[in-house]
Design a protein around this ligand. Structure first.
Ligand code: ZN
Ligand code: ZN
Length: 353
């Protein structure tokens, strides 16, 4: 199956970003992405959707929305909505009502930055998701660039340091976010994990220093979502968009941090009585299941069942594991980069029943 790379959470001047849709498309082509989903706050700007070309490069720009209740204080509970094709921000004040409206419109819903701690030194509040009694969401944004950054900024100096050395930020999804995801999976829910950049391309002004903090191009070389789709992208924006949304809905994807090294080529499958199951799929445990994990390079790979490691390989690029035990299995891969062990790949689960 073809693998495509998308980045799916970002803002333009229509909300609180600094760039335009054309800036995003240009940066995405430069980074070699196949598609991006623009998600401005509480506004669906679907005019700029479609393919953008430059020379022999092209990228599919899709339009979603990030919705939250603006009258709520603090403004928590942000939801990424894709494919609803209508403005749903009017439901923003009631997360369950909003989720129901997204489902009714045939859209997908991902809880944005589910764990997002405060950063008091730069006056940023905690905007985590808090209403965990809700039902019917497609998934969550397990790894969000900004949620991870905020607890690191213990002073303004830290903010400046990381603005100049952004490659030193990313280490993996916040442990609390991973824990929350595992809890939902163990409770029997199918919850698709995606990685989002939350790119804004803001300018930072601090005395004589002026700098675009984390430009779009930086984010697009960082935490991306890689999808397995039935056919390669073509030139028809409408059918390609619906194919991408289908793959997201089914969880046929993994989160890859592409800055240390490209994560393209990662595979996680389960062979069993029902043939081959890929990430997001189910497989019967009867007769045994063989997991196969293929890494783009030799490094540390952990297979987890119901949130707990069952096997770790320290320097492998092809890992296999046989089991007859039902559970939710997923993979985490780590790599050494800029002096420390960092998260590189987080797979979606295969559900063994
Ligand atoms: Zn948000
Ligand atoms: Zn955002």
């Amino acid at each position: 199956m073809p693998e495509i790379i998308i980045n799916l959470h970002m803002h333009t001047r229509y909300s609180d970003g600094a760039g335009s849709h054309a800036d995003i498309a240009a940066a995405a082509m430069k980074a070699g992405l196949d598609a991006v989903i623009v998600t401005d706050h509480n506004v669906l700007v679907n005019g700029p959707a479609g393919y953008y070309n430059e020379g022999n490069r092209h990228v599919l720009l899709m339009i979603g929305e990030e919705i939250h209740g603006q009258s709520r204080n603090p403004q928590k509970n942000h939801l990424l909505v894709f494919g609803a094709e209508r403005e749903l921000a009017t439901y923003a004040n009631d997360p369950q009502l909003l989720l129901d409206a997204v489902s009714k419109a045939g859209g997908l819903s991902f809880i944005a930055h589910p764990v997002d701690p405060a950063a008091p030194s730069v006056h940023e509040g905690d905007i985590s998701w808090v209403d965990w009694s809700v039902q019917g969401f497609t998934g969550l944004e397990l790894w969000n660039g900004f949620s991870e950054f905020k607890p690191r900024i213990r002073s303004k100096l830290h903010a400046i340091y990381y603005a100049y050395f952004p490659a030193r930020i990313a280490r993996g999804p916040l442990p609390e976010a991973l824990h929350r995801w595992d809890e939902l999976l163990i409770a029997g829910k199918k919850v698709v994990a995606v990685g989002g950049s939350d790119a804004h391309s803001h300018k930072m002004h601090l005395g004589p220093l002026r700098r675009t903090v984390f430009p779009y191009a930086f984010h697009f070389s960082g935490v991306n979502t890689h999808l397995y789709v039935p056919r390669s992208l073509g030139t028809n924006a409408e059918s390609d968009t619906s194919m991408i949304l289908d793959a997201l809905r089914q969880g046929h994807c993994f989160i890859g941090y592409d800055l240390p090294a490209s994560t393209r080529g990662f595979q996680f499958i389960a062979r069993g009585l029902e043939g081959i199951a890929q990430m997001g799929d189910e497989q019967d445990s009867k007769g045994g299941v063989t997991f196969q994990i293929r890494l783009p390079r030799r490094t540390e790979c952990v297979l987890l069942k119901d949130g707990k490691p069952v096997r770790t390989w320290h320097s492998h690029d092809l890992c296999t594991y046989i089991t007859t035990v039902p559970g939710v299995y997923r993979v985490e891969v780590y790599i050494h980069y800029l002096g420390r062990r960092r998260g590189w790949i987080f797979s979606n689960p295969i559900y063994i029943r």
